[in-house]
Design a protein around this ligand. Structure first.
Ligand code: ADP
Length: 161
């Protein structure tokens, strides 16, 4: 059983993330999408909201589950029984940080965890959650960046604020 974990903030989930999720679910028998509950970072959506959004969007995929985690990613891998971490690469700018993280995680996990990188679909190469939030904040159109449900919820957040 090839089980992988795809960790991230997903604040909010974009079509770039969805593409990596759907492609990974074809490569691995089981994919765990793990939402990071990062106490040090302020997020637009709570971790519960992010988990619920992903669950709703992915409900038809039988081999994908959505969870949250905090603390070290390697501990989450151990807890969920995953030996592979999936990460997406958009550009060279992602590479340096991702390389360092993958080596750190491999060291922490005593070589029991490897990171697999999927390169972004070119349609989404420019997309990031922070850009989506910025465009939505100023009332711009984010319909090509995120699923409809995510767009509505993102606009609602800024209306309330
Ligand atoms: P993190 O805070 O862990 O970087 P993100 O939610 O920003 O969390 O990203 C999670 C993963 O998805 C990272 O590996 C990131 O490089 C990847 N990713 C983000 N946006 C895209 C995109 N447009 N195309 C491909 N991969 C992406």
């Amino acid at each position: 059983m090839r089980k992988a974990i795809y960790p991230g903030s997903f604040d909010p989930v974009t079509y770039g993330h969805m593409d990596i999720i759907e492609r990974s679910a074809k490569i691995f028998d089981e994919l765990i999408v793990a939402v990071l509950n990062n106490q040090l970072k302020t997020s637009l959506f709570s971790v519960e909201e992010r988990v619920n959004i992903l669950k709703e969007l992915l409900r038809e995929h039988e081999n994908i589950s959505v969870v949250s985690y905090d603390g070290l990613l390697v501990d989450a891998c151990n807890g969920f029984g995953a030996h592979v971490i999936v990460r997406g690469l958009r550009a060279v700018t992602d590479f340096e940080y991702e390389l360092q993280m993958s080596q750190t995680n491999r060291k922490l996990a005593e070589s029991k965890v490897d990171t697999v990188f999927l390169t972004t679909d070119l349609r989404y190469a420019y997309l990031s959650s922070s850009t989506v939030k910025e465009v939505a904040y100023f009332g711009g159109d984010i319909s090509e960046f995120v699923p409809e449900m995510v767009a509505e919820l993102t606009y609602q957040k800024f209306k309330k604020g």
